[in-house]
Design a protein around this ligand. Sequence first.
Ligand code: FE2
Length: 421
Amino acid sequence: MTRTLFANAALKGRDGLVDILVEDGTFKAIGRGAGAGVAVDRTVDLGGRLVTPPYCDPHIHLDYVFTALNPAAANKTGSLFEGIQRWSETKGGLSKEEIKARARQAMKQEILTGVQHIRTHVDVTDPRLTALQAMLELREEVKDTCDLQIIAFPQEGMYAYKGGDELVEEALKMGADLVGAIPHFEFTREDGVKSVRKAFELAVKYDKMVDIHCDETDDDQSRFLEVLAAEAYRTGIAERATASHTCAMHSYNNAYAYKLFRLLGLSRINFISCPTENIHLQGRFDAYPKRRGLTRVKELTEAGMNVCFAQDSMSDPWYPVGSGNLMYVLDAGMHIAQMMSIEELENALDFITVKGARTLNILDRYGVEEGKPANFIVLNAKSGFEAICNRVSVACSVRNGEYLFERAPEVITTDNPLLKG
Ligand code: FE2
């Protein structure tokens, strides 16, 4: 039996500092004096720093990462649709090993900034399903370090791409965890509706979750979210269903949004917003004033719905930067969504931790709670407010009671009297 005591931790919702006793990879006891009288193998003094569950990135495209520097992939308009076109023109000929190498590097960057749970879309509009094979192998390789959920995502459409729906189904049979779709990219509104219904039909048939790129456009007539929510409500799998992006909601008239919110509340679906990508991609066809293009994060949250943030892209034809550090994504999201009250900032970390975990449907094994796997990170801050205020780094990441990594404190060398001390 192995016991480690992590002493003097700050935990959200707890007054004062607590001690965390980990036994054989599981949280055994949490509270002041939790390890008293127990023989431990090691004691780690956290010095009052904040402990949170690991970061979750519930929406990224690991098969696309680090492809932005290919000149043929350059997106001149900066729009979503040109991104899809550039990807379509350049994706042929990618090998499984090359895709895995890029994806592995991206995962490494995310893990070293505190992530332990990732959901990736994988483009299955490829008759060879090369990227899917790469990701299935990677999921197995990394499982002790990071959870990886895989979405069968028809980037070029279930119906706009010939046989796209069949490729999605094939991907599910091969082991993808979720069904994806992109209704706003289908040729017609009817095809978009059909693709959402097909996604739920496949989810029920194969007992999978659903995560749909939904209304990622400034077109206020793009209303596939209501179809998604209605299907989720009818099929009863709503808490396992997610609407990603929903940018058009930014532009809906308020009378329609009011009606829509009733359905969204009933459906209990999850929402993912990708603030850095969508502030970059949206508003591209506007003169001034330019819309932000972000979904209604603040209003959905205040209505009690589950909204989380994600990275989406790391250097691909849609978004040329993106480091995988969710603290930067969170910082941007809180600004763009105008959620800067002290209370909102104190709770900000929820967008990249527990709300993401709820979307990933892993709450039964996620959280700093007795009896759950001892997965957590330590932030160089004493509170959630201080963490976001200073965009702090992650001091260490622990998985099943063992360190994935520790980061040494920053060392500054200076003779300047103001900067000393
Ligand atoms: Fe995406």
